[in-house]
Design a protein around this ligand. Structure first.
Ligand SMILES: Cc1cc2nc3c(=O)[nH]c(=O)nc-3n(C[C@H](O)[C@H](O)[C@H](O)COP(=O)(O)O)c2cc1C
Length: 308
């Protein structure tokens, strides 16, 4: 059904890290390409775990692009150079993050209202040899027309593609998707355009492709996290979901060095978005678990009940 559509797995901070991507690719597959959640500079340093997440040896998917948070040129340059040193030849620039503490510092979608700053950023990044870019963006910060001033600047970096989530940053992840502005972008943008937003089933993908036959592909985020078998329904088994879960739990057990409380919080945060169709009673028991032992019992019961 989707054979002729390029499908990209969206970056989702806190979930689609290298452990999730590797396990998802091996157990389910489906996306042609995976993106890493944005790397950022904090207190003058690139976060160590962001660097580890982008290391080629930690990425077993067949096709992966790391992402940097759109920000001040000097910080962005630092991140792109670090990624280039690892061997990455394409870097995605995030002009879409709507999180207010980030956006108010002229980062992510907050940058979209400052075309001069985007121009400076693109000019600086263009100077890095041997690296090409893609861009992931929204329509604007608080005005769905702001992309028009940004699209004119794309020639500076000639991106491989532009992924558009057709909302403003102010809308966060809710409210209507603006299909009219997306259509206008598709017409005006000389670079391949990918649609991203609220695609939860294979039928959704087919429909959006029918509405916008000119798109270069689609990117799926929450749909694929909620149901990792979204792109391959024949793999929607309790066994496969359980294997994904167990691999993540094992990886975080190692990463968090056995700290039970931290591990419990990390695993519970997965369940905020994973398998919302699972029995409510089991999901509740997971959320209420106070120790890993209780958590593990609740998770076993959940997968057992899904098998029945
Ligand atoms: C919790 C959360 C974290 C996200 N982190 C990132 C990120 O690191 N980089 C990025 O480009 N987009 C990020 N996004 C946005 C998604 O990639 C995607 O654009 C958005 O969820 C809309 O697509 P969907 O409706 O298919 O989920 C995040 C979204 C959520 C909900």
């Amino acid at each position: 059904m989707t054979e002729d559509t390029t499908i990209l797995c969206a970056p989702v901070q806190g979930i689609t890290d290298c452990h999730w991507r590797n396990a998802h690719h091996q157990i389910f597959g489906g996306p042609d390409h995976y993106y890493g959640p944005f790397m950022r500079v904090e207190h003058g340093e690139i976060r160590k775990r962001d660097l580890a997440d982008a290391l080629p040896e930690n990425n077993a998917v067949q096709s992966f692009t790391p992402q940097i948070l759109g920000c001040r040129p000097q910080d962005a340059l630092r991140m792109v150079r670090a990624l280039a040193e690892m061997g990455h030849r394409v870097v995605d620039i995030n002009l879409g993050c709507p999180f207010p503490p980030i956006a108010m510092h002229h980062k992510g979608s907050g940058l979209l209202q400052y075309p001069d700053e985007v121009e400076n950023l693109f000019k600086a990044l263009h100077e890095v040899e041997g690296v090409s870019y893609s861009v992931k963006m929204r329509l604007g910060w608080d005005d769905p027309q702001q992309w028009r001033d940004i699209v004119r600047l794309l020639d500076i970096i000639a991106p491989q593609q532009v992924v558009m989530h057709p909302r403003t940053g102010r809308q966060q992840y809710k409210g209507m998707l603006n299909y009219d502005e997306f259509a206008a972008l598709l017409e005006l943008c000389p670079y391949p355009v990918v649609f991203n937003g609220e695609l939860k089933t294979l039928d959704d993908i087919t429909r959006i492709k029918q509405v916008f036959p000119g798109i270069a592909g689609v990117m799926v985020g929450r749909g694929l996290i909620e149901d990792p078998a979204m792109l391959c329904p024949e793999k929607a088994t309790a066994n496969n979901y359980c294997e994904l879960h167990n691999r993540l739990r094992d990886a975080y057990t190692q990463q968090l060095n056995g700290g039970e409380h931290q591990l419990l919080l990390k695993m519970k945060s997965l369940w905020e978005v994973f398998l919302p169709q699972a029995p409510r009673k089991s999901l509740k028991a997971i959320k209420k678990a106070t120790t890993m032992a209780k958590y593990n019992v609740a998770v076993s019961e959940l997968f057992y009940s899904m098998e029945e």
